[in-house]
Design a protein around this ligand. Structure first.
Ligand SMILES: Nc1ncnc2c1ncn2[C@@H]1O[C@H](COP(=O)(O)OP(=O)(O)OP(=O)(O)O)[C@@H](O)[C@H]1O
Length: 243
């Protein structure tokens, strides 16, 4: 099976700063992949390159067999890449349902159809009871789910989740984990940036660790958490196994 997403030798420079350096990763259809790494490792930069915020300085991004490197975010969304934002971007004064309808309108121009889709997605995300309230009335964990709902309403093949489980209570995070599992079960591939290793590791099939803009290591969560290079990158050399 060919990967759903590939980054090929991707570089992102900001002036003299190299935020992504020769990053080649692949995500297979049906996977949940975690993109992790210490602060400043280049996770958000890579995420933005995949979502289409900007083209990379160098390298290419292949999605579903097509080169999307130069395509804007809206066109990538039409092709099946949807994302959530670390800082929740919902339209605060609009109702929850209207926020989701904005996503659904990527696939249809018929309002009735968009509304039906939005209700379906809100139900899937456990937010249907909140459909008519303004987005500003939602508590933080509900806002995260609204972000997921808005992205799902665009009917993506690949869902990019940017720290949707960070900053939640244990119970909320558990519900979030369950939602991500259901998203995958519905046929959507997931690439997620997360800080909290304890939450993300039991959830993902595979983790890719970035450090200093490069892929440090990738593999199964059980191997990643024991890898001395990963321990060292997160905690500093003196904590590395065998150091
Ligand atoms: N638009 C930008 N202009 C200049 N430098 C940037 C820009 N975006 C990111 N950087 C720099 O690139 C490096 C990687 O940042 P990035 O936000 O991708 O890391 P991260 O792994 O997502 O970090 P965090 O976990 O703290 O969110 C950092 O040094 C950051 O300051």
């Amino acid at each position: 099976m060919s990967p759903l997403l590939e980054t090929k030798a991707v570089w992102q420079r900001f002036g003299g700063l190299v935020a992504n350096s020769d990053v080649s990763i692949a995500v297979e259809p049906g996977e949940i992949v975690g993109l992790i790494g210490p602060n400043g490792a280049g996770k958000s930069t890579l995420f933005n390159l995949i979502a289409g915020v900007r083209p990379p300085t160098q390298g290419s991004i292949i999605f579903n067999g097509e080169d999307v490197t130069r395509l804007p975010a809206a066109e990538r969304c039409r092709r099946g890449i949807a994302r959530t934002f670390q800082v929740v971007k919902s339209f605060e004064t609009m109702s929850v349902i209207d926020n989701v309808i904005v996503g659904a309108l990527v696939r249809t121009t018929v309002m009735r159809e968009a509304r039906r889709k939005a209700h379906e997605v809100l139900e899937f995300c456990g937010l249907d009871a909140r459909a008519e309230v303004p987005a500003s009335d939602l508590i933080p964990s509900e806002k995260r789910r609204l972000e997921v709902a808005r992205a799902l309403a665009t009917e993506p093949k690949l869902l990019l989740l940017d720290e949707v489980l960070t900053g939640l209570t244990a119970k909320e995070a558990e519900k979030g984990v369950e939602l991500v599992r259901r998203v995958r079960a519905s046929g959507v591939t997931v690439l997620m940036v997360e800080h909290v290793m304890e939450i993300v590791m039991p959830l993902v099939d595979r983790a890719i660790v970035l450090d200093l803009g490069k892929v440090l290591v990738e593999g199964k969560p059980a191997d990643i958490v024991r890898d001395p290079k990963v321990i060292s990158a997160y905690l500093g050399d003196r904590h590395a196994v065998g150091a």
